[in-house]
Design a binder for this molecule. Structure first.
Ligand SMILES: Cc1cc2nc3c(=O)[nH]c(=O)nc-3n(C[C@H](O)[C@H](O)[C@H](O)COP(=O)(O)OP(=O)(O)OC[C@H]3O[C@@H](n4cnc5c(N)ncnc54)[C@H](O)[C@@H]3O)c2cc1C
Length: 389
């Protein structure tokens, strides 16, 4: 179709950190909505879990609804047709996406913001494995562990796998959440390589290692876990460790299992895009957040998804209206504020020292709350009402 002459049909896949901004803009700018013949959103969940608040919510500092953005309400305000579903295959050649329920959706423009899920570790005992994403699965898994904690006579042994910011923060949050459980569970953190955070932030890693030690969490470096059995886990060098339950926070190593045709993807399955966030092979496909493989690689982190959001929104509009696209200039690193379980956090940004403590926690709180408030459907509806939208 000639996008410059006809209004395109836009399909948004996944309501991740970048697409919530697009929904907000669509709600506040009717002219933007009118650039499209129809807009569809395909997303399995009715709320989006804001990752910045996940560990603090696990620790119990927030209620679950505090970290959620109401996707159904945002879609309504943006006049977007929300399909509760999961895309299983993208056919960029035929310009169609296939959904898990067997239906298909045609598009003129497609935008992907579906994040990642931790890669599956082989084993016959997946029932006691709790992946940190999707977040709904995490809550269900934690409920199962807590049921066992209530009836356990001996301390349950919980293995957290992953030494990135997410894994360490989650291990500390779990230790804080279960600090009063008797018998107290034994938590161990397993990670590849010698250092936490992949060795990228030595000062912050030192603070985190001390926090793990203070919380009584065992740390097992150079332990690449490749197999999970009923009450043990095994590393690739043949070591066996006890584990009654396993929390997988192995990060954004692979894109979610998704078939595709006519899309160039990198070795991990992420969709290769150019500087404008457009697929290098299919110009009608955009991708942002963890699922995008940028020309200059950036860490898989919500911060980059949030930063990409305005450029993504602009470029989708520019494509629909036949204007030149602009580049996403992502800075090489972002400030990471990592919770330490109790109301403390550590800041990392490649500095030789890593400030930590209550003040850093307050800063993290302020940033996270500002994000959640920005996408509060009630607040957006009031702005729309005031401005006569
Ligand atoms: C414990 C933990 C703590 C973290 N803390 C931070 C932090 O403090 N700061 C930070 O910047 N990053 C943090 N991260 C990383 C962060 O979670 C991710 O980088 C971020 O969520 C990626 O955002 P996204 O927009 O790409 O995707 P997501 O936020 O993951 O959103 C993807 C959306 O797509 C939907 N979806 C998935 N598959 C499909 C499909 N096939 N079809 C349709 N929809 C689909 C999902 O339901 C979801 O709503 C943390 C990660 C973890 C695990």
């Amino acid at each position: 179709m000639d996008l410059a002459n006809e209004s395109p049909r836009l399909v948004l896949t996944g309501a991740g950190h970048a697409h919530v901004e697009l929904l907000r803009r669509l709600a506040l700018r009717p002219a933007l909505r009118r650039a499209f013949a129809a807009i569809d959103l395909i997303e399995p969940e009715d709320t989006m879990a804001y990752s910045g608040l996940l560990p603090a919510t696990v620790a119990g500092h927030y209620a679950r609804h505090d970290m959620q953005i109401d996707i159904a309400a945002l879609a309504r305000l943006a006049a977007v047709n929300w399909h509760r579903g999961r895309v299983t295959r993208i056919d960029a050649t035929a310009r169609r996406v296939h959904l898990a329920d067997g239906t298909q959706q045609a598009y003129d423009l497609l935008s992907l913001n579906i994040g990642t899920e931790p890669p599956v570790v082989a084993g016959d005992h997946q029932s006691h494995v709790v992946p940190v994403k999707p977040v709904a699965t995490l809550w269900r898994g934690l409920a199962r562990i807590e049921h066992r904690l209530e009836t356990a006579r001996a301390p349950l042994r919980i293995a957290v796998i992953g030494g990135g910011a997410g894994g360490v923060e989650l291990a500390l949050a779990l230790a804080y959440r279960w600090r009063r459980c008797r018998p107290n569970p034994r938590i161990d953190l397993y990670h590849r390589g010698p250092a936490l955070l992949g060795g990228a932030e030595p000062a912050a890693a030192e603070t985190l290692a001390q926090a793990l030690c203070d919380a009584g969490i065992g740390r097992h470096p150079e332990a690449s876990i490749t197999r999970i059995a009923s009450d043990t886990i095994a590393s690739d060098d043949g070591r066996i460790f006890p584990a009654d339950a396993v929390v997988l926070a192995t990060g954004a190593a692979t894109a979610p299992g998704l078939g595709s045709r006519g899309l160039v993807r990198d070795a991990q399955g992420f969709v290769r895009v150019d500087a404008t966030l457009r697929s290098v092979e299919a110009p009608e496909v955009f991708a942002a957040g963890d699922i995008a493989s940028l020309p200059l690689p950036r860490p898989k982190s919500g911060v980059f998804a949030v930063r990409a959001a305005p450029v993504l929104a602009d470029n989708i509009e520019r494509t629909a209206t036949g204007r030149p696209l602009r580049a996403f200039e992502a800075q090489p690193r972002a400030l990471a504020l990592i919770g330490l379980g109790a109301r403390r956090a550590v800041a990392a940004r490649g500095w030789p020292i890593a400030p930590s403590g209550y003040a850093v926690w307050r800063l993290k709180q302020a940033i996270d709350q500002r994000f959640i408030e920005r996408y509060d459907a009630g607040k957006i509806a009031r702005i729309m009402h005031r401005s006569g939208v």
